[in-house]
Design a binder for this molecule. Structure first.
Ligand SMILES: O=P(O)(O)OC[C@H]1O[C@@H](O)[C@H](O)[C@@H](O)[C@@H]1O
Length: 278
C-alpha cells in the first residue's frame, strides 16, 4: 500500500479541457473533470489506499471476473487488485483516450483457470466520460464471468440525491437477505445504507441532485447496482472517513444474471457513459 503520489497513474487530457486520471493498479479511474468545469464528478475517500493489491476506495473500480458474490471466486474479482499495462494513449473523437490491458498470469489462473484479455478504455470529451470494458476469451475452452464498472459519484448531499428511471425493475436487496422486489417509485431516494442490484434496467438513467444532474448510460450491461454504505459502513471500513457516505453514491453498470459466457476466441463489450448534464 502507498500514497496517491507514489502509485503510477496516467492523465487523460482532452483538447477541450476534459480530464481523467487512471491508476495502473486496477485500471482505476479516480478523477473526472468535464470540460469547462473545475469540479471533479468522482468521489475518492480521504483515507483511500493506493498501490499493488489494494483497491482504491472511490473512483471507478473494475469488478472482474466477478461482481460481488455472483460467481465462485473472491468478492469483486481480482482485476481491481492487479497491475494493468497502458496499451495506447491518444487524442481521438474530439477528446482523449487511454486503453489499459490485463491478461492472465500464473497467479490469476490459480484463482480463475482461464486465459483472457481485458481492455479498459477511458475516453473524455466535453461533458462525457466513457468507460468501456472489453473481455476476450483467449483460452481454448469456454469461460464465463460476471463484471461491473463501479463508479463512486461525488455528490454534495447523498440524502438529497435521487436515481430516476428504475421504476418497474425487479431488484435484489442485499439488506433484506437478498429478497427480490419490484421498484415502485419513479425516483429512488438515497436514504442511507442501500445495496441493490436492479435487473434488466433501462440503458439511460439519471442521478439528480438539487443543483446538478448526471445522465448515466450503459451498453452491454443488463444490470444497475445502487450502493451507499451508510454511516455504519464508513465507520467500520478503514479506507473510508466517517461521514463520507454523505458525499458519494455508487450507480454501477453490471453483468451478473446470467453470467457472460464466451466461447474460445469470442469477446464481450460493456460500456458506461456518464454525462454531466448540469
Ligand atoms: O467494499 P468493497 O469490496 O469495495 O465493496 C463495496 C460494495 O460494492 C457494491 O457494489 C456491493 O453491492 C456492496 O455489497 C459492496 O459492499
Amino acid at each position: 500500500m502507498s500514497g496517491a503520489h507514489e502509485a503510477p497513474s496516467v492523465e487523460v487530457n482532452a483538447p477541450d479541457g476534459a480530464f481523467a486520471r487512471v491508476y495502473l493498479d486496477g485500471a482505476h479511474v479516480t478523477s473526472w473533470i468535464p470540460a469547462r468545469s473545475q469540479v471533479d464528478r468522482l468521489f475518492v475517500s480521504s483515507e483511500a489506499q493506493y498501490g499493488p493489491g489494494c483497491s482504491i476506495r472511490g473512483g471507478i473500480p473494475v469488478c472482474f471476473p466477478q461482481f460481488g458474490a455472483f460467481g465462485p471466486i473472491g468478492h469483486h474479482g481480482f482485476a481491481r487488485l492487479s497491475r494493468w499495462a497502458v496499451v495506447t494513449q491518444e487524442e481521438i473523437n474530439g477528446g482523449a483516450r487511454v486503453v489499459l490491458r490485463l491478461t492472465d498470469t500464473e497467479a490469476s489462473r490459480a484463482v480463475w483457470p482461464f486465459a483472457f484479455r481485458a481492455d479498459l478504455s477511458v475516453h473524455v470529451a466535453a461533458a462525457v466520460l466513457t468507460v468501456q470494458l472489453t473481455v476476450t476469451n483467449t483460452d481454448a475452452q469456454p469461460l464465463s464471468f460476471t463484471a461491473a464498472l463501479h463508479p463512486y459519484f461525488a455528490v454534495e448531499d447523498a440524502l438529497a440525491t435521487t436515481v430516476g428511471g428504475l421504476r418497474g425493475c425487479r431488484y435484489r436487496d442485499a439488506l433484506r437477505d437478498g429478497a427480490e422486489f419490484d421498484e415502485a417509485g419513479d425516483v429512488l431516494p438515497i436514504e442511507g445504507h442501500i445495496d441493490r442490484v436492479y435487473f434488466a434496467t433501462p440503458d439511460v438513467i439519471e442521478m439528480r441532485e438539487p443543483n446538478r444532474t448526471l445522465r448515466i448510460e450503459k451498453r452491454g450491461f443488463p444490470e444497475t447496482v445502487v450502493w451507499n454504505p451508510g454511516a455504519e459502513g464508513t465507520r467500520t471500513r478503514s479506507d473510508f472517513a466517517d461521514g463520507e457516505e454523505l458525499h458519494m453514491v455508487c450507480v454501477e453498470a453490471a453483468a451478473v444474471r446470467p453470467p457472460v459466457l464466451l466461447a474460445s476466441g469470442e469477446h464481450w463489450v460493456g460500456t458506461q457513459l456518464m454525462t454531466a448534464v448540469r
